[in-house]
Design a protein around this ligand. Structure first.
Ligand SMILES: [Zn+2]
Ligand SMILES: [Zn+2]
Length: 346
């Protein structure tokens, strides 16, 4: 089969590779029908995630059809259409029992990281019963690809951890796919204002279409001053950090209102300057996290009912065999006006 293989920093290729087979009775083999590229894949290609070894197939998002299951798989059979979760979970270890699937003793984020991932014609999914979700009849499979990672990440680590409540003023710093996922799912809770911050005017324009009440172009104004001016000097109730650099975390900690919540979603590679000396007396809560995907079944219902439309995040479509072209477009997101790219195998 063909797969997108990481070959060390800056190098990748779409090449032949042996098709995966069932290694453990709890495994399933899934033929990929739709997959996508994540910002995390670009980080890996930059060499930021050294645990990824050359030879690894990338990708941790996608939907497909079950080709084969191990003897212990009970919930799925050959021919079932499934959503693949970016987080693998056994369902029975102490962390899984607490719904901390991202810290499963025999799972967590391993796809396209520690084991071969979904940017391939086929993928092996360990602990298939807990790591796959059945796709409802007639569902929009492209939309469901957004449920592998970005929707649960934006929702669980941004919206739920930030405790978005009716009437809240919410600032989302970063209008990339995960920031947009937070924007879509924050609306479950009817916040009063949803302020989106980014440096890309196209993304801010899209944010307004997806429900932002205000946008701030951080290349034109001082983000903190603007947020303070918009809130009569009080600050925002919830600040969701969806970039992962010190400057954007700083905006959140400076613009947060007393009693507010800073929910960090961004993947940080460097330490930030934490102003605890100012935050403690303001009753600020700071949260961090890696997605558990325990809200995936609930999110799937909201997509099925049309309550949220994650397919709006898809800007480009390619054949799976043209994945190298797709990487080029996604890697130049601002120039290409790219948000999420879909790769289709059939
Ligand atoms: Zn991802
Ligand atoms: Zn587990």
């Amino acid at each position: 089969m063909k797969a997108l293989v990481y070959q060390g920093p800056g190098q990748k290729d779409w090449q032949d590779k042996p098709a995966p087979s069932v290694l453990k009775p709890t495994d399933a083999i899934v033929r990929i029908t739709r997959t996508t590229i994540c910002g995390t894949d670009l980080h890996i290609l930059k060499g930021d995630v050294p645990a990824v070894e050359p030879g690894r197939t990338l990708g941790h998002e996608g939907v497909g059809v079950v080709e084969e299951v191990g003897a212990a798989v009970r919930n799925f059979k050959k021919g079932d259409r499934v959503l693949i979760s970016c987080v693998t979970s056994c369902g029975s270890c102490p962390n899984c029992k607490r719904q901390l699937y991202s810290h499963c003793a025999d799972g967590g984020w391993i796809l396209g990281h520690l084991i071969d991932g979904t940017q391939a014609e086929q993928v092996r999914i360990p602990h298939a019963d807990n790591s796959l979700y059945p796709i409802p009849e007639g569902a929009d499979e492209e939309a469901l690809v957004m449920l592998s990672d970005i929707l649960p990440t934006g929702f669980e680590i941004g919206v739920l951890a930030g405790q978005v409540k009716p009437g809240d003023t919410v600032a989302i710093v970063g209008a990339g796919p995960v920031g947009m996922a937070a924007l879509l799912t924050a609306q479950f809770y009817s916040p009063g204002r949803l302020i989106m911050l980014d440096a890309d005017p196209n993304r801010l324009e899209a944010a307004l279409q997806f429900g932002a009440t205000d946008v701030i172009d951080v290349t034109r104004v001082n983000a903190v001053e603007q947020l303070m001016a918009m809130t009569d000097g009080v600050g925002v109730d919830v600040a969701i950090e969806a970039v992962g650099i010190p400057a954007t975390f700083d905006v959140c900690q400076q613009a947060i209102a007393p009693g507010g919540r800073v929910a960090n979603v961004g993947v940080h590679g460097k330490s930030v300057e934490l102003h605890l000396e100012k935050l403690w007396i303001q009753n600020i809560t700071i949260s961090t996290g890696l997605v558990n995907t325990n809200t995936t079944p609930m999110l799937m219902k909201t997509v099925q009912s049309g309550r949220i439309e994650p397919a709006k995040l898809i800007t480009h479509r390619f054949r799976l065999a043209d994945i190298l072209k797709a990487y080029e477009v996604f890697g130049n997101a601002a120039k290409e006006k790219a948000m999420k790219v879909i790769l289709a195998a059939d």
